[in-house]
Design a protein around this ligand. Sequence first.
Ligand SMILES: [Ca+2]
Length: 91
Amino acid sequence: MAIRAIPSSREMTVEDFKEWLKQFDTDRDGRISRSELQEAIRRRGGWFSGLRAGRAVRRADMDGSGFVDDSEVENLVAFAQKTLGMRITAW
Ligand SMILES: [Ca+2]
């Protein structure tokens, strides 16, 4: 599976962000687990990815399932902007 590189100088939309994150849904259950998010952070060159991934999943996970499902992905946008330095626009 090829991971699409995100040019850091370019802004991405929330849809782009979802597409990017979907690449890390390795078990293809349509949800992002802590370990899947950890891999995404690692690809971005983030530090303390395990800790950050766990915290981010907990914060985004509104229904307490332990996963970030499709409707909760938007809750990761602020995290990605702040922690991963991604520039994400509303549309
Ligand atoms: Ca998954």
